[in-house]
Structures are given as structure tokens and as C-alpha cells.
Design a protein around this ligand. Sequence first.
Ligand code: SF4
Ligand code: SF4
Length: 101
Amino acid sequence: MTYIITEPCVNVKDGACIDVCPVDCIYTTPDTNQMFIAPDECIDCAACEPVCPVAAIFAEDQTPANMKQYVPLNYDFFKGKDMNELKELTRAAPRKVNEAH
Ligand code: SF4
Ligand code: SF4
């Protein structure tokens, strides 16, 4: 299984989840409007879920019905991507100031 990042992250992207993920499996690019979790790397530790200020993160099998479209979006984000390049892009991506705090 994996955890999934859903709609509330869009245009928030504050990176709180990245700071707590023990395996650094949360990625984005400067041109992407949300973060995504690499399904093959996520160890299902759940550390990211409670720190998200907008409650965007769910265990895959607990993703709410109205957010289900984010499951394939999350998987598709990684298709054909070079993970090393993605790590660099994630580091370079600006983190938005979270106004939901
Ligand atoms: S569940 Fe754990 S391993 Fe998976 S993305 Fe969240 S913090 Fe990272
Ligand atoms: S903590 Fe939540 S809002 Fe912030 S980047 Fe992660 S998923 Fe997006």
C-alpha cells in the first residue's frame, strides 16, 4: 500500500510532510501544484498524515470517495520519471507559505 496526497494540498505545498517522512518519498516539481508520494518507496509509517495542516494525506484504502481520483494521479505522476532527477526537482521546488495555519 501507499499513502496518497489529495486535493487540499493543491497550491498549499508547504512541505510539512516532506520534513517528517523517514524515507524521503514525497516529491514534486516546480511546475506541479501539489506533492505526491512514491508508491514504491512509501513504507506506510503514517508519520506524514497528522502533520498535514490541510488533512490532504490518506492511506490509499482510506482515501475518501470524493478524492479517489487522486489515487491514479499519484501513481501516474511517477511514470517514466527519473527518480534522481525528481529528487533534485523536489529540492528546488519552492514551498508555498501555508495560509491555513
Ligand atoms: S506514510 Fe511514511 S513513508 Fe509514506 S509518505 Fe508518509 S511519512 Fe513517508
Ligand atoms: S503537509 Fe499536506 S499540504 Fe503540506 S505539502 Fe504535504 S500534503 Fe501538501
